[in-house]
Write a protein that binds this ligand. Sequence first.
Ligand SMILES: O=P(O)(O)OC[C@H]1O[C@H](O[C@H]2O[C@H](CO)[C@@H](O)[C@H](O)[C@H]2O)[C@H](O)[C@@H](O)[C@@H]1O
Length: 247
Amino acid sequence: MVTSLTLPPPPPLAAAGHCLLLDFDGTLVDLVDRPDAVEVDHALLALLEHLLGTFDGRLALVSGRSVAQIEGFLGKSATGIAVVGSHGAELQLSGERITPARPAALDEAEQAFAAAFGGEQGVVIEVKSLGVAVHYRMAPDHAAAARRLAERYAGTDGLVLQSGKMMVELRAGGHDKGSGISALLAQPPFAGSIPVFVGDDVTDEAGFAAVAGLNGVGVLVGPIRETAASYRLDDVAAVRTWLRAVA
Ligand SMILES: O=P(O)(O)OC[C@H]1O[C@H](O[C@H]2O[C@H](CO)[C@@H](O)[C@H](O)[C@H]2O)[C@H](O)[C@@H](O)[C@@H]1O
């Protein structure tokens, strides 16, 4: 973990011998009030298509979202892009998808979240293939209660509590972005390439640690914090500018 108060910007992005792994929310698209309100603009789709070609297929999105959600956002542009979804539990590669069974306790947790927060203005409950999240970006007073309720279910049926930005989530355990990236890097066309992983959230730290162990580098997006990343970029706009200059 780096504890210094600064990290340099990454060197120019080079595709040769590398693979590119990109977080989604807060890295490729700006954070918005609701998880379902994200809009993917044409410029991002064009950039991803360009990167897919430049990296000769060695491009992956690595997200806390499910693979289905990421595909829903990208539409046809998702074709050919690998996806590590659900905080590392799901893998979509070369048209094949690996999705573990949904823990039964997620349904129970979803009902408890709905009973506690369903009528609360500004609280959004997001149901995913392998997780359920309570978002309180528009109602931050509910943060502590949401966390307390999530803590009650953590450990049940293997569920783990995942912190996030203005949200708390219960998700299937046994995976994280690090294990997902390692599984991806064992497969062609990623095997043997040096990973570059860009992410902003605490869930990305396992990914930063994994790429460091594979001789790769992590790029933190946003304010400096204790991190396993080696470089830092300020925001989504800076990420896109850096990606566009790929050689
Ligand atoms: O790993 P990521 O792709 O960064 O996904 C992490 C979580 O992102 C989403 O939540 C975040 O973005 C929302 C939309 O901008 C925002 O409203 C929320 O406050 C953020 O926490 C997504 O909804 C989660 O499922 C992901 O786990």
